[in-house]
Design a protein around this ligand. Structure first.
Ligand code: KG4
Ligand code: ZN
Length: 360
């Protein structure tokens, strides 16, 4: 662990440009500022992310976002920052995984700032970073089961210490967020699909169900801690086709399909997470990633944990810290403090969770 007290975090792995200033004291890590600019609304027009366009938006926003984070955290600090380095001890930046064009913007900016201001530079794995949203304002302990559910990942890990974990299982095909996004597309709902499906699912009342539908919950009762979500979009596709031929594909049908999709994804995530906690006799669960913002997931996981595990401590970040931000990148850097030579740091779009595994 580091003696560093204030870290500037920079995150640009996908379509969010984010900078945050985080402070660590004896009570844990706290936010001094947390700024996120998103090109999601622009990407929504095209129904998904266009990497080239996401990178261009990153470039346009990065300096403004960092300036805003600094001026919110240090309103009295003299500008320009290039001549008057701000009162930060280190810089942390997402090295990967993500879209290479987007990652390069954050990494090269962080390298430039580290060299100009003469500050240590700490690279961070975006996936590991997500888990550290749970260390903002609270202090989980080990061992813990970690569930990462984002746009590109669905992973279960056993965490035994900072930077020490074992991979337990993950998706064999689509990630949970991807399943939300792809189903939303079939239902003519906007990108990103997760929040859109959740909103339509909330409008659905079971007593108003117009048709019977059973969606697959693959691998639910298998011992393995793997997931598979690709069958869901095929099942939804078939339902939509059926409803379209019988002219029943209307607003109510979309709400019912959104509801059933959310139930199927949440059921599988909850069952596997509880199974992992029971198998490894762990009574702490940390959830992370954009899908952790899903209210149904937190409700069902809380109930299942109370029912099946004694003395469980369940950590789910507030929705604003579940989706991509730089606050969790800086927080992760406090606990995994490994500075590198800025001139040698390279963005790595293929970085995986095993990056931080202890040597076996
Ligand atoms: O972690 P994240 O912000 O970006 C990645 O690193 O992938 O996750 C984005 C994913 C998208 O698939 C989005 O649809 C999903 O998180 N998501 C949600 C919700 N908010 C975002 N899924 C379900 N319910 C939500 N409320
Ligand atoms: Zn993410």
């Amino acid at each position: 662990m580091t003696k560093t007290k204030i870290i500037l975090g920079i995150e640009t792995s996908c379509d969010e440009t984010a900078a945050a200033i985080m402070q660590k004291n004896k009570d844990g890590v706290h936010i001094l500022s947390n700024v996120v600019a998103s090109s999601a609304a622009l990407q929504a027009k095209y129904g998904g992310i266009i990497p080239e366009q996401a990178a261009r938006e990153q470039l346009k926003s990065i300096i403004l976002v960092i300036q805003e984070a600094l001026s919110q955290a240090f309103p009295l600090h003299p500008k320009p920052y290039t001549l008057n380095p701000p009162s930060i001890d280190s810089i942390a930046v997402t090295q990967g995984p993500g879209l290479i064009g987007s990652l390069l913007v954050g990494v090269e900016t962080a390298k430039t700032l580290a060299l100009t201001w003469n500050k240590p530079l700490v690279p961070m794995n975006h996936l590991m970073g997500h888990f550290y949203a749970n260390w903002i304002g609270s202090t989980p302990t080990f061992p813990a089961i970690g569930l990462l559910v984002s746009g590109g990942h669905t992973d279960l890990i056993l965490m035994t210490g900072h930077g020490k974990y074992k991979y337990l299982g993950g998706t064999r095909d689509d990630a949970a967020g991807e399943a939300f996004d792809k189903t939303a597309r079939l239902l003519d709902l906007p990108y990103p699909g997760g929040p859109a499906i959740a909103q339509r699912a909330n409008e659905f009342k079971i007593k108003n169900a117009r048709f019977k539908i059973t969606l697959p919950r693959p691998l639910l009762n298998e011992d393995s801690l793997d997931f598979s979500f690709s069958g869901l979009k095929t099942a939804i596709f078939r339902e939509v086709e059926k409803l379209k031929t019988t002219k029943q594909f209307n607003n109510e049908a979309v709400s019912q399909l959104a509801f059933e999709t959310q139930e199927a994804i949440v059921d599988v995530l909850v069952t596997k997470t509880i199974k992992a906690a029971q198998t490894y006799k762990v009574d702490q669960i940390l959830v992370a990633g954009g899908v952790a913002a899903n209210q149904k997931l937190s409700e069902k996981l809380r109930l299942a944990a109370q029912k099946n595990l004694s003395h469980v401590r369940l950590f789910i970040p507030p929705p604003s810290l579940c989706t991509d931000n730089a606050a969790f990148i800086a927080t992760a850097a406090f606990y995994n403090y490994h500075p590198v030579d800025p001139l040698l740091l390279q963005a790595n779009p293929n970085l995986s969770l095993t990056f931080f595994s202890p040597p076996s």
